[in-house]
Design a protein around this ligand. Structure first.
Ligand SMILES: Cc1ncc(COP(=O)(O)O)c(C=O)c1O
Length: 393
């Protein structure tokens, strides 16, 4: 294939995406501290970000955080060479404390945490059962691991149990991996049932708490905290890019598991450690989660209000989730983009979520709520989306 034929192939692929309403275009969004954003010079209510507690706009303002950034931007090396500063050490200790876990390990991102954790826990001779609706990073991690990959559905857990029972003897270890909060619909899996299945068949459970950290549970640790099953889960994985308002991933587990991850998770072993200033900022975020539960209580109020209004307006919210993610189903990919554009024209930024992020035929508008939103903004935006969906396309 010549270079020009190769570029023709790329162009054809892009055209295919475009004809299906699935092509993405880069956009520049200026996120603001008051729950708004500016796009093309227009101020819009921002329902697109995951800054649930508004910390992305707050923790960087602290003088001590600014000082760390000013004195050293990059970590200069991977954690095991010389990239792990006192800030990294303190943050790992603080995350372990916040999570009520024996130990924690930092990763460059949540994606890297998923890849690193499954990559070194799952060996050949093992199997991974992964929920169909898991985030792409958990699916990629399971597929890239050395184990045999199976998919299950969270609404068919009896089938999962049967499938594991049939094959359990074929594998040394079996892992069940699930999102704690499904990122495209805001609901949580039946973690009690998954724990029972894991116990019954002698499997290990791994939960990605990306959207639950800081948001759900008595301690703000996520879905496992919300369901009170933390002790029954081998590893909980989190990200600092959502409610904690920064960047970076982490895993929490018992000392020995973390020791093994530190020695073998390739995405932390072979990647430069997080900037020390990020660690200083994330320490502040952890302190907010621990000391200001009122933020997550407010978020829970807004979430309940949004679901109530969606129901009253007969909007097809996918499910009454507990996390601050409220999806409104449009189904058709191209129409979801049009609805999103009309919402933008009306003053609301609400992204259209299309395949491959969600299954075919389930394109949706995804409202992500933050503590900066108000009931009035939610009400006005839902009334607008109801009006748009009622009108002809
Ligand atoms: C469920 C889930 N897991 C993992 C990630 C990846 O986290 P990060 O953005 O820190 O790489 C995301 C974020 O997009 C997510 O939604």
């Amino acid at each position: 294939m010549t270079s020009s034929e190769f570029h023709d192939r790329l162009e054809a692929n892009l055209q295919k995406l475009e004809s299906r309403g699935q092509r993405r275009f880069a956009k520049t969004v200026h996120s603001q501290a008051d729950g708004f954003c500016v796009i093309n010079g227009r101020r819009l209510v921002n329902f697109g970000g995951n800054d649930y507690l508004n910390l992305a706009h707050e923790v960087g303002q602290q003088e001590n955080v600014k000082a760390v950034f000013a004195s050293q931007m990059g970590a200069t090396a991977s954690a095991l060479v010389c990239g792990r500063s006192g800030w990294h050490h303190e943050l790992e200790e603080a995350i372990a404390r916040m999570e009520g876990a024996e130990a924690a390990l930092l990763f460059p991102t949540g994606y890297a945490a998923n890849l690193g954790v499954l990559g070194c826990l799952v060996e050949s001779g093992d199997a991974v059962f992964s929920d169909r609706d898991n985030h792409a990073s958990l699916i990629d991690a399971a597929k890239a691991s050395s184990g045999k990959f199976y998919v299950y559905r969270r609404d068919r857990l009896a089938a999962l149990s049967d499938a594991i029972a049939r094959r359990r003897g074929d594998f040394d270890q079996v892992f069940i991996v699930t999102d704690g909060v499904f990122s495209m619909d805001g609901c949580i899996p039946d973690l009690h049932a998954l724990c029972e299945i894991a116990q019954q068949h002698n499997c290990q459970l791994v939960v990605d708490e990306a959207h639950g950290t800081g948001v759900l549970g008595d301690h703000g640790r996520g879905a496992c905290d919300f369901c009170n099953v933390e002790d029954r889960v081998l590893v909980r994985i989190g990200t600092m890019s959502k409610a904690l308002g920064g960047i970076g991933g982490f895993a929490v587990a018992d000392q020995q598991t973390i020791e093994w991850l530190r020695n073998s998770a390739r995405t932390q072993f072979f990647s430069t450690a997080l900037p020390p200033g990020i660690c200083a900022a994330m320490l502040e975020s952890v302190r907010v989660v621990e000391s200001q539960p009122d933020r997550r209580h407010r978020l829970a109020q807004l979430t309940a209000f949004a679901h109530r209004r969606a129901e009253e307006l007969k909007l097809k919210a996918v499910i009454a989730g507990v996390a601050p993610i409220v999806p409104i189903l449009v189904n058709d990919d191209s129409q979801s983009v049009i609805v999103s554009q009309r919402m933008e024209a009306a003053g609301f930024f609400v992204p259209a979520i299309r395949p491959p992020t969600v299954p075919a035929g389930t394109a949706r508008l995804r409202f992500s709520l933050t503590v900066k939103h108000s009931e009035e903004q939610i009400d006005a935006s839902f009334c607008e989306v109801a009006r748009i969906l009622d009108a002809k396309f």
